[in-house]
Write a protein that binds this ligand. Structure first.
Ligand code: FMN
Length: 234
């Protein structure tokens, strides 16, 4: 379905009558929503925004009825959030050489959202064999290490691994720290300092959260993870 907005501008988005919640369960939308994507057919043809990922196939199918996909000259991505850009990977798989226009922050954000080459492995340092963890660190491009603050310090399991990798002095690896805390919150800083002396390049100051993270802080950590993934790739 498409709607001619004006002149050579067409709406090629999706009306989602079923949607009731978005941004997880955070916001309500009692009567569904639209994902607005526009096709501009001027001297050059451009797509402005796409739709939410579950509708990607339908979107690309409909779009190809409006324009031959390889006739699209530019894709403009003003938002990286998945309700705007979810169909972008599928669209780009059809037209991989078409340039995407977005802001500098947009590049980082899109990379964080979609770059499939970031393969993440998660280890509990108190439970996983420390030699296995060290082997995985050796094979990794970057690591995130975390601990709660305990007695103004870090967990012994984390301290132990840091002590071991300090001796190994791995090269060309990025890292950052994270941690929860109750009042003083030294853990992320201590881990960061240890990572530097173990030869890692710090990506940034990491992320810390007071007590157990609430929904807002979980979102903050997710965003941080994407940002970190973007930095690791550059
Ligand atoms: C024995 C103990 C010592 C702690 N010492 C500190 C501290 O020195 N500074 C601080 O900010 N939080 C301190 N905390 C609070 C923890 O960092 C906080 O409870 C954190 O959210 C722990 O998360 P978790 O228990 O879910 O792993 C301490 C907690 C415990 C149990």
């Amino acid at each position: 379905m498409s709607i001619r907005v004006k002149n050579n501008i067409y709406w090629v988005g999706k009306i989602d009558w079923e949607l009731r919640k978005f941004h997880g369960d955070e916001y309500s939308t009692h009567r569904g929503s639209t994902y607005n994507s526009y096709l501009i057919k001027e001297e050059k043809s451009a797509i402005f925004d796409t739709v939410w990922a579950p509708f990607a196939e339908e979107y690309v199918r409909n779009l190809s009825l409006e324009i031959e996909l390889n006739k699209i000259d530019y894709v403009i991505a003003p938002h990286a959030e998945i309700d705007h850009s979810g169909a972008l990977p599928l669209l780009m798989s059809h037209i991989p050489d078409t340039p995407i226009y977005c802001t500098k922050n947009g590049i980082r954000s899109l990379k964080g959202h979609y770059h499939k080459e970031v393969n993440v492995k998660l280890f509990n340092l108190a439970k996983t064999d420390k030699n296995d963890v060290i082997t995985e660190i050796f094979k990794s491009k970057a690591i995130l290490m975390g601990s709660p603050t305990i007695n103004r310090g870090i967990l012994v399991s984390v301290a132990g691994i840091l002590e071991e990798i300090k001796g190994l002095q791995f090269k060309n690896k990025k890292a950052a720290a994270f941690g929860c805390y109750g009042w003083s919150g030294e853990s992320a800083k201590i881990i960061s300092e240890n990572l530097i002396s173990a030869g890692f390049e710090l990506a940034d100051d990491g992320v810390k959260v007071m007590w157990n993270p609430d929904n807002e802080n979980v979102s903050k950590c997710l965003e941080y993870g994407k940002l970190f993934a973007g930095k690791v790739r550059t």
